[in-house]
Design a protein around this ligand. Sequence first.
Ligand SMILES: Cc1cc2nc3c(=O)[nH]c(=O)nc-3n(C[C@H](O)[C@H](O)[C@H](O)COP(=O)(O)OP(=O)(O)OC[C@H]3O[C@@H](n4cnc5c(N)ncnc54)[C@H](O)[C@@H]3O)c2cc1C
Length: 552
Amino acid sequence: MTEVTDVIVVGAGLAGLVAATEIADAGKRVIVVDQEGEQSLGGQAFWSFGGLFLVDSPEQRRLGIKDSFDLALQDWMGTAGFDRDDDHWPKRWAEAYVAFAAGEKRDWLRAMGHRIFPVIGWAERGGYDAMGHGNSVPRFHVTWGTGPGLVEPFERRAREAQGSGRLTFRFRHRVDTLVMSNGSVEGVSGSVLEPDHVERGKSSSRKVIGDFTLRASAVIVASGGIGGNHELVRQNWPTRLGTPPKFMISGVPEHVDGRMIGITEAAGARLINRDRMWHYVEGIRNWNPIWPRHGIRILPGPSSMWFDATGKRLPAPLFPGSDTLGQLHYIMGTGHDYSWFILTQSIIKKEFALSGSEQNPDLTGKSWRMTIKRATNKGAPAPVEAFKQNGADFIVRNDLADLIGAMNALAGNDLLRLDHIKAQIEARDRELTNPYVKDAQVMNLHNARRYIGDRLIRTARPHRILDPEHGPLIAVKLNILTRKTLGGFETDLDSRVFGTNREIIRGLYAAGEAAGFGGGGVHGYRSLEGTFLGGCLFSGRNAGRAAAKAVG
Ligand SMILES: Cc1cc2nc3c(=O)[nH]c(=O)nc-3n(C[C@H](O)[C@H](O)[C@H](O)COP(=O)(O)OP(=O)(O)OC[C@H]3O[C@@H](n4cnc5c(N)ncnc54)[C@H](O)[C@@H]3O)c2cc1C
């Protein structure tokens, strides 16, 4: 027998959970379908660092940061670079989203018990002019409890709704088709996968043991992006970023397979901006992997020296943490798909953070005692030390010649020359004699340390890289790490999906990464960071509220 409900949500990640809880709270019945098991509830958000873009928050004000809607919108537009006809809805979503981030976002979350770590991070600092890419001020608000701390309130609301019978989960149900009738979406059908109690994040069995059909007046597609599917990433790779990298690692679990995007497209939905993506260039191979090709992104502070595969320092303003896609563009232009950090023990200790809930047990475990060690500890945080010791991409040596030799050995070539690299490091080191300098990266360090958050836990006191007092020397081979899909299904502000004929498809909604975090690409070309989880919250909420209203 075909089950009938008010709304079906495809995907139990953050966007799906937010949408479903809004529907249940509006008194409607909702079924949430996910191809993974119950242990994976929350999708990527569980693994995330929980960083959220907020504007003019009390936490910012407490640190003396003066932010405003106007400043944030200026940064967003300078970063997005909207320049296509297809950017009509993405741009409207961007305006609405910045207003949400400067308005009710924090209070809405807080009322559900969400809390924020008080030191605000400064991601994507740009380095161009005021109207160019980047955050003019720190805005990256880390959730106290990281990703799991953000999933928690929505899971709680979902479990309550489950208890009252308004929300039903169907795990291990993989949607293969959208059921259409006269151009409207009326349900979903697909395969029931065999039970698999594999650990969260690991790849689960795809063996089919049955099929299912569900009917509803509305279907919300919240199935995530394509980052776990390197074939799709390569197919959609934009020519403006050169040829796709030969070697990539995965910043997302394998279930981020993009399959549902093809299925929704086949039903007539209009996918826009598919060539816009957000991949990182500071990826390191996980020595203790959970999912296939598992890579971790270093969230770097500003001091490491960055060299391309041939040993040439990256040009200004491509310093760590300034412009992710600018760096990707530069690196792909070198003809190699990796680059190098060279740094000191003093830098790694203060500046290396690893993105991911499992890499930050202090914040994820909500332990003040452990978190305070970020400012006071003699060594780097334990997960960073573990990478330094076990990570295939880390080299630690006391002497620069030995370091360069080991870097060449790791790369399997002899592209790096000691005299070339030494000259560049010594030149940079000479700039530290005066408090005023011409080296733009060193200038940047002085600027960063004027922000108390950076001085406390993010930017090492400027020192010479070749000063043995700050050693040993460390080199890190940086790989390209797939993560986010910036394009997606074109929607209006109610998350209703447009068809290829530019008409709304009745009954079809999209939210989260599948909708380009709103409208089909709320970020345009680039992100200010902390905007992905927030995009799932906002588009999931809009989709849930609109669908609940529409089903009457
Ligand atoms: C390590 C890591 C760190 C991150 N850190 C941050 C951060 O600090 N700040 C930030 O803003 N963002 C961050 N992100 C990004 C953010 O977590 C994701 O973009 C976001 O969680 C995506 O949520 P979603 O609900 O759209 O999709 P997902 O979480 O991918 O959920 C989609 C769900 O749909 C299911 N599904 C897919 N296809 C089907 C189908 N055919 N049938 C049934 N089910 C299906 C999947 O199994 C999955 O459970 C991070 C991501 C990772 C992995």
